[in-house]
Design a protein. Structure first.
Length: 76
C-alpha cells in the first residue's frame, strides 16, 4: 500500500473471503475483488446477494466433465 498510495484493486481467490480481511479492506477504504467460497454467502443490507450478482454475469465458457457410456455422455 505504501508503494501505490492505496491505489489499485486487491484481488483474492477463495479463502480471501474471511471476515477479518473484509473488515481490514473496508476500514482502509481499499477497492477489492474476492472470489467467494461456495459454502459462504455475501450479505448486503441484510440480503444474500452473491447469487443475484453472479446470475447477472455472462459466462464466456461452459464446460463440464462427462462419463462416456454405451448410452451416451453423462455429466458428472
Amino acid at each position: 500500500m505504501e508503494k501505490t498510495a492505496k491505489r489499485g484493486i486487491w484481488v483474492m481467490d477463495r479463502g480471501g473471503d474471511r471476515g477479518y480481511l473484509y473488515k481490514y479492506l473496508l476500514h482502509e477504504k481499499l477497492k477489492f475483488i474476492i472470489r467467494l467460497r461456495a459454502d459462504r454467502t455475501l450479505v448486503a443490507d441484510g440480503e444474500a446477494v452473491a447469487l443475484t450478482i453472479a446470475e447477472g454475469c455472462p459466462g464466456l465458457f461452459d464446460e463440464y466433465i462427462a462419463r462416456e457410456e454405451k448410452t451416451g455422455e453423462h455429466p458428472l
